[in-house]
Design a binder for this molecule. Structure first.
Ligand code: FA5
Ligand code: MG
Length: 377
């Protein structure tokens, strides 16, 4: 463990957005992560993360439901909010310092936007729902679609139990054209357990819910999210998405949505019917609801054809300026550019008899490889 800890033990405090935190032997926030906290890409005008955020908010505001918009919550949250209050088991692997950035034993950098569920629901910021966007932090692998800091949007919709049917039916959704794009539904399937004595399910309806209430909430959730991707991807008839069963301690039943992108299924969000205990614990026992958490980078990569998640952190105008026209141009396709600024080299030399231009070109190719874009006499 000690070798993984990159934070200097000499520093007794870390500062996060102006707040000081004591460190202890669990502290593992790295300097490179700390310096990125103030960037908050979702609040930079014309940044692709901010564009996706705004388009999703606009979509949800077109339905009849009301959603409060939150996007300035501090990334330093209590271990209780990040895990315990979401019913995440004490021995769950996500709590390990190898997965989560600890500021100290009681405080972490939120590893998902669900960390704010308790606070927001208890504050009664909205009695119908909210959309909350934030930077989140995980000690994850780094590759084209994973990065230790990324952005999530959490959506919550709560209904009065008494008027669930009428409330959920009053939402307006643009009709999805039948059969023009592919959806695979894997609904919660009933599985007979191996003893054959009782019915169990891999993705159960909660004992606190009737089957019909849970199904109404689940259907409203899926319909809302299908409409969202349909709108985000410009009614692209070739878009392929699928629902698969999932597990989250804070929802049941739960699903993940995947989008087919560059020959692979890419997971873009997790969602489900909220655990009733979370609503009960926050003074909302008269409510029933759904929740989703989506990765904004993943959506932006598919929407704009951005091939590498690291590009979102670029401060190169060749990246950012490509999104300036997003208000007038609904479909923007990212144009790749070189990672290296262009640089010209003039070379002059005496040549022996019989020297051909190609001999020189070959020397350049041997030395510079693909970095040399063009060699001209
Ligand atoms: C969660 O974080 C849950 N809190 C989501 C949720 C909320 C479920 C509410 C139910 C109810 P997950 O770890 O799967 O789940 O992350 C959600 C999404 O974040 C993923 O689908 C993916 O789009 C994105 N994501 C996850 N890890 C990374 C990463 N390292 N880099 C970029 N995006 C990521
Ligand atoms: Mg997941």
């Amino acid at each position: 463990m000690t070798s993984l800890r990159r934070f200097s033990t000499a520093a007794r405090q870390v500062s996060i957005l102006g707040r000081q935190f004591e460190t202890d032997n669990l502290t593992n926030v790295s300097e490179s992560v700390l310096t990125r906290i103030p960037r908050r890409l979702h609040k930079i005008p014309n940044h692709p993360i901010a564009i996706v955020k705004a388009r999703i908010e606009a979509y949800f505001h077109k339905t009849n439901s009301r959603y409060a918009v939150l996007d300035s919550m501090s990334p330093a949250v209590s271990v209780a909010d990040n895990f315990d209050r979401l019913l995440i088991a004490p021995d769950h692997s996500s709590r390990s310092p190898s997965d989560t950035y600890y500021i100290n034993k009681d405080t972490v950098l939120r590893c998902h936007t669900s960390a704010h569920q308790h606070e927001v629901l208890a504050s009664k910021a909205s009695d119908t729902g909210y959309l909350l966007t934030a930077d989140v932090y995980r000690r994850d692998e780094i590759d084209l679609s994973h990065y230790p800091i990324f952005h999530q949007m959490e959506g919550i919709r709560i209904f009065d139990k008494k008027s669930l049917l009428s409330e959920s039916a009053s939402d307006v959704f643009e009709p999805l054209p039948k059969g023009s794009y592919k959806f695979w539904h894997t609904m919660c399937t009933k599985v007979i357990d191996s003893t054959g004595l009782s019915n169990t399910s891999t993705n159960p309806i909660q004992p606190a819910h009737s089957q019909s209430d849970s199904e109404i909430v689940g259907a409203h959730l899926k319909r809302s999210l299908e409409g969202m991707v349909w709108e985000l991807f410009g009614h692209d008839k070739n878009l392929q998405i699928r629902w698969i069963e999932a597990f989250f301690p804070f929802t049941s039943p739960s699903w993940e949505m995947e989008v087919y992108y560059q020959g692979k299924w890419l997971e873009v969000l997790g969602c489900g019917v909220m655990q009733q205990k979370i609503l009960d614990d926050t003074g909302n026992s008269d409510k029933i609801g759904w929740a989703f958490g989506l990765g904004l980078e993943r959506i932006a990569m598919v929407m704009f054809g951005i091939p590498d998640i690291r590009l979102f952190w670029s401060q190169d105008p060749r990246f950012l300026s490509q999104f300036d026209s997003h208000e007038t141009k609904p479909v923007i396709t990212f144009q790749p550019y070189s990672k290296y600024p262009s640089c010209y080299k003039d070379v002059s030399f005496w040549c022996p008899d019989g020297f051909h231009d190609n001999d020189m070109f070959e020397v350049v190719r041997d030395v510079a490889g693909d970095l040399a874009e063009d060699v001209a006499l």
